[in-house]
Design a protein around this ligand. Structure first.
Ligand SMILES: Nc1ncnc2c1ncn2[C@@H]1O[C@H](COP(=O)(O)OP(=O)(O)O)[C@@H](O)[C@H]1O
Ligand SMILES: [Mg+2]
Length: 396
């Protein structure tokens, strides 16, 4: 049921108020009565009136003064006014400037039909205006909802496109990353087959043999690492990445990892230095820590422009920091968050890159240890990746 229309009548004489009230009141209207301009103002500020009927002659604030005040107030400015006055008086002059159509006059003695019909017109206008207002609001609401839906749809579509693009990129990257070592292995076996068929015994010299096995081993290791990374990602995605902490000593671990990778680095003409002061033991997952360090070092060698790479181990209160610093091109500020996301490979600078999973997995592993993996980098100043691990006591 629509709200009842509110009418205001203002007159200093109670019998006039009573008479008007009796004339105007019905089921769809509420009539508010005020005996003075002040009373009327209080009501005007509180309610939303369709029409105000003002007695012109009142002691104190008269009808015109009240109308003047109404005109000066935002909330009441648009309320139509009907002045009631003694017949024969010239009234129009006072309110010429008032908004067109919003002012009317009634003369005493009041003619009941006249009053009713005038008021009906104003009430009908008011209702129409309210209805229009409601429709405008409903339209505006609908428009906003539609806009929001469109926006959501657009975002979903963009997300989908991105996912599809990523899937395609991912497939071609995996294919490429697996194809390369497989190619090498395949060529190697073809060569052996040929040598066996031709009885080329010198090809099976122990030295040659050793080198061949080492090469094969590297290819196989790189494929295993790739597949392990993909398995790690699916474990992370399904929330099943877990660590198996044990009593671990980091200085020794770093020495071993650095020694292993130094051979590889030397072949590429880079060197890795390690700075550790003393053994640092704690309750961590040794294999996972090694995985993180290998990832960071591989990156430093790969993206560090063949400049020296430094690894440091420092203890600070209850935390341990392992920092891997390179002197490469650095990482642009806007990429420093992105590179920790899966499949993010930073800028495509032509350097043979992996799948973009290393940092993502490494950070997850740091967090699984209740630690963190952060980067500091300035363009041309190189990058420092720091793995921070808490020194948790071994469980009882
Ligand atoms: N030390 C570094 N210097 C410069 N850029 C780096 C370094 N480490 C990582 N990045 C950037 O971060 C990206 C993501 O690294 P990562 O997750 O290990 O994936 P991937 O090495 O397979 O590309 C790299 O592709 C590279 O652009
Ligand atoms: Mg990497």
């Amino acid at each position: 049921m629509p709200e009842r229309t509110k009418l205001l009548i203002v007159d200093d004489l109670p019998e006039n108020l009573r008479a008007l009230n009796a004339l105007l009141r019905d089921e769809e209207r509420v009539v508010y009565q005020a005996a003075t301009g002040e009373e009327a103002l209080a009501l005007l500020l509180e309610h939303d009136f369709a029409l105000a009927i003002l007695d012109v002659q009142m002691p104190g604030m008269d009808g015109f003064e009240l109308a003047e005040l109404m005109r000066g107030t935002e909330k009441t400015r648009h309320i139509p006014i009907v002045f009631v006055s003694a017949a024969g008086k010239e009234l129009n002059y006072a309110f010429k400037g008032y908004e067109a159509g919003a002012v009317d006059f009634l003369y005493k003695p009041l003619d009941a039909d006249m009053v009713k019909s005038k008021v009906n017109v104003f009430v009908a206008l008011h209702r129409q205006r309210q209805e229009t207002q409601r429709q405008v609001e409903a339209l505006e609401r609908a428009r906003r909802e539609q806009e929001a839906t469109l926006q959501e749809l657009g975002a979903a579509q963009e997300e989908l496109r991105r996912a599809l693009r990523m899937r395609d990129d991912f497939m071609s990257m995996v294919a490429h990353e697996l194809r390369t070592p497989l190619n090498t292995l395949f060529l190697e076996t073809q060569l052996r087959k040929m040598q066996i068929e031709k009885g080329l015994q010198e090809a099976f010299d122990p030295e040659v043999w050793k080198k061949m096995v080492a090469r094969d081993d590297r290819q196989i290791q790189s494929m295993i690492r790739l597949i392990d990374d993909m398995l790690d990602v699916s474990r992370i995605r399904s929330g099943k990445l877990s660590i198996r902490p044990g009593w671990t000593e980091l200085a020794g671990l770093l020495q071993r990892v650095v020694a292993d990778l130094s051979r590889q680095a030397a072949e590429a003409g880079c060197c890795i230095t390690l700075q550790v002061d003393e053994p640092v033991s704690g309750w961590w997952d040794e294999f996972r820590i090694e995985q993180v360090i290998v990832n960071l070092l591989t990156n430093a060698l790969r993206y560090g422009s063949c400049q020296p790479v430094e690894v440091t181990l420092t203890v600070e209160g209850k935390a341990v920091h392992i920092a891997v610093r390179d002197r490469g091109e650095g990482i642009a500020e806007e990429l420093q968050t992105k590179i920790f996301e899966p499949f993010e490979r930073g800028v495509d600078n032509g350097v043979a890159a992996g799948l973009g999973l290393g940092l993502y997995i490494s950070r997850q592993l740091a967090q699984a240890h209740q630690g963190e993996l952060t980067v500091e980098s300035t363009p041309d100043g190189g990058s420092v990746f720091t793995l921070t691990l808490p020194r948790l006591p071994a469980p009882a």
